[in-house]
Ligand binder design. Sequence first.
Ligand code: SF4
Length: 384
Amino acid sequence: MRRILEVQDLLLRFYTYEGIVKALEGVNLHMIEGETLGVVGETGCGKTMTGLSILALTPSPGRIEGGRIFFQSDEGWVDILSLDEETVRRIRGREISMIFQEPNAALNPLLTVEEQISEVLIQHRREEFIKKVLNAIEEDLQKTERKALSRAFIYKIEKKIYENMLKNPKSLLVRVFSKTPILRRYQNRLRKEVRREVVRILKEIKIPDPERVVDMYPHELSGGMQQRVVIAMALACNPKLLISDEPTTNLDVTVEAQILNLIKELKSKFGSSILYITHDMGVVAEICDRVAVMYAGSVCEIADVFEIFRNPLHPYTKALLESIPRPGKKFKSIEGTVPNLVNPPPGCRFHPRCPKAMPICTKVKPDMVNIDGHFVACHLYRKR
Ligand code: SF4
């Protein structure tokens, strides 16, 4: 099966007044086409930063100081970190898109649902819509009676503008028409075409009454509906890779179940690969094919989802699974706290909290070992 993504030795640093935060310390993972890879771990372990790095969107003052991120784009197997900004912008949204944790923050409160989704569509699928408009104008021209010369004249001008938009969007004709208010009406056809697509996408993600919802602002929608709109924006261009960053965190359980079912349905319909970031092992069991467990900036275990639950190898994964509340069982939390990444512990970063720590763990960072397709970074297995 073809790989769609490969992250190799990713290093991310934040230069702050408190010191250098070593946020990602050699992250390694890969994804194959059509799979859902869950990335789990406690808050601050680097899950979101890994997702943002794949989109080359690491926030300031973060700096990627090492590693490579290969992606199977339309132009072949490319290293995202070595591409120019223009190419990355084209890949972002069109081939890789992200569903953010907080729909409130991802949506612009001043724009309607139609305006928000249209922006994505026009940015990435502009040519497709212009071609549709040109076909519609051609049909109108053929239907126009010979005597209706003035109408035919208007259609011909419209056709000329759209042809220019396709070939040379910065031409004088396009600029004059798009900057003069009365002439800007030519854009109505494009708007109608895009609106039709927005309504179709909203229907696809099962938003009730989409014709009404397109004209609503984010504050008029419930949390679940807002998250559906964010999903619609992410899926507007049918991306190859969808990065989902805890999309159900602030939703109540019934809405969470609906969103998870929706993501599963859309995945089987469009065949996108999904990188699903979460701290909830229940969600992982529900939605993922494989799981990468992260701790303090690096991946400590990767395996098939059934294997992770049946036979966890890394002491951190074991502790994570034991901390899932179960009826009739005593709740078991993980001792200690997440390390400060300005001054992380040497060797294995989990050693201050690990019940199995050995002298070597305090000095040497464990390498990832492959045990029949089950990858684990722990000295216990190296010894074996
Ligand atoms: Fe524990 Fe050592 Fe394994 Fe780290 S390397 S998880 S400290 S046993």
